[in-house]
Write a protein that binds this ligand. Structure first.
Ligand code: UD1
Length: 371
């Protein structure tokens, strides 16, 4: 039998650290797998994309679809059109998608329409908030997937509740944590704190959710809380391109530049981010992945959202949901600096072996052949 032709799709920054362990794992079985890596181009700046390939040791993409930014419909449609052409000219046994970005859902839709089996890595996460674009991506992707690889029992429960057949759910663990554990030691050598001029304790801030940054009053409120926090300790803030654009539009950029103890930075690479997270006194963020990374590292995390699709980081980890209300953010920040913050434990199967389990499943339960 010839090797399984697997098309692996990435598009945006949070996809890369999830795909890298899978690519490394296929390479251990060259007689079984013929993987191709496709980059949709949803994220395109070096600082949002290429640096992650280099630092994660992931090979260059075999195809780059060059879809670029746009609104949701444009981005999704462009990925669909380009991906369909790619699958047309590359007979494929399985399409593997990760996470919940527009590229994840668009690639899934195209594969499903071509009757090509789909595997979704990080399936079953639900915020139960359909106003969040990623929630729509998650629901659609899981409904069309033949393999739902999950990272927590809560994800298994969500899928079962939606009627996903038990033989499609595989509790594999957290692939993003595979990358973190592999590169944690290397990240210790990062000189980012020196580069940014941060000597003592600091808080790390990331912001990019449309619900936080696209409305002037919400973004101004959060930055008001940051103004107070940086009077206590330094705040390091690598600014996402979306957030920078909005801060400039709303006239908030200069104000932020004027805060003495706020260190504004361009988006930073994987190793520097891991280093900054591991050494932070507290992390304030609206990211998905950061909630998990802080839980793994035992660093207190204040999530600037009203809900999370990763509630295991709240029930077991170091995460607290604080929303975007400045007073709540400040109160919880002061609780942490006063008490040292919430102690957590590491969830089951966040152990560096998730990709290995996923590949084992594919070996033992290969996809139905459609070629
Ligand atoms: C996307 C994902 C989100 C993920 C986030 C991580 C969806 C629906 N959203 O949101 O789930 O958490 O990525 O970053 O898929 N831009 C650049 N350079 C880049 C990438 C983006 O300048 O390399 C700019 C774009 O031009 C756009 C803005 O940043 O103006 C937002 O990019 P976009 O890909 O639309 O969404 P994100 O907010 O990054």
């Amino acid at each position: 039998m010839d090797r399984l032709k697997i098309v692996n799709v990435v598009g945006a920054r949070p996809n890369f650290m999830k795909m890298a362990p899978l690519m490394a794992e296929y390479a251990k079985h060259p007689s079984l797998f013929a993987p191709l890596l496709v980059h949709t181009g949803q994220h395109f700046d070096d600082g949002m994309s290429d640096i992650f390939f280099r630092q994660l040791g992931m090979r260059k993409a075999d195809a780059h679809l060059g879809v670029n930014s746009g609104n949701h419909a444009q981005q999704t449609a462009r990925v669909m059109m380009e991906m369909d052409g790619f699958l047309q000219s590359n007979p494929t046994d399985l399409v593997v998608v990760v996470g919940d970005v527009n590229s994840t859902m668009a690639a899934t839709l195209v594969a499903a329409k071509r009757n090509i089996p789909v595997a979704h890595v990080e399936a079953g996460l639900r915020s139960f908030d359909r106003a969040m674009p990623e929630e729509v991506n998650r629901v659609v992707t899981d409904a069309l997937s033949d393999y739902c690889f999950t990272h927590s029992e809560e994800a298994n429960v969500n899928l079962r509740r939606e009627g996903v057949a038990a033989d499609k759910i595989f509790f594999a663990g957290n692939v993003m944590i595979d990358s973190l554990l592999r590169l944690k030691e290397e990240s210790r050598h990062s000189t980012i704190r020196k580069t940014l001029g941060v000597e003592g304790a600091y808080a790390l801030l990331t912001l990019h959710r449309p619900s936080n940054v696209d409305t002037q009053s919400t973004l101004a409120g959060i930055l008001g809380a940051v103004r107070q926090i940086q009077q206590d300790i330094a705040v390091v803030f690598p600014v996402h391109p979306r957030t920078k654009k909005r801060m400039q539009e709303f006239g908030l950029w200069e104000e932020a530049e004027g805060m003495r103890n706020l260190k504004l930075a361009d988006p930073i690479g994987y190793l520097d981010m891991l280093h900054l997270t591991a050494h932070a006194k507290v992390v304030l963020s609206d990211s998905g992945g950061v909630q998990e990374e802080t839980t793994l590292l035992g660093v207190p995390c204040l999530t600037l959202r009203e809900n999370t699709e990763r509630s295991v980081t709240v029930t077991e980890g170091t995460n607290i949901l604080v929303g975007s209300d400045p007073k709540r953010i400040l109160d919880e920040f002061r609780n942490i600096t006063g008490s040292g913050g919430k102690r957590g434990r590491i969830p089951e199967k966040w152990d560096g072996k998730a990709a290995e389990r996923i590949i084992r499943v594919l070996i033992e339960n290969p996809p139905r052949r459609v070629r």
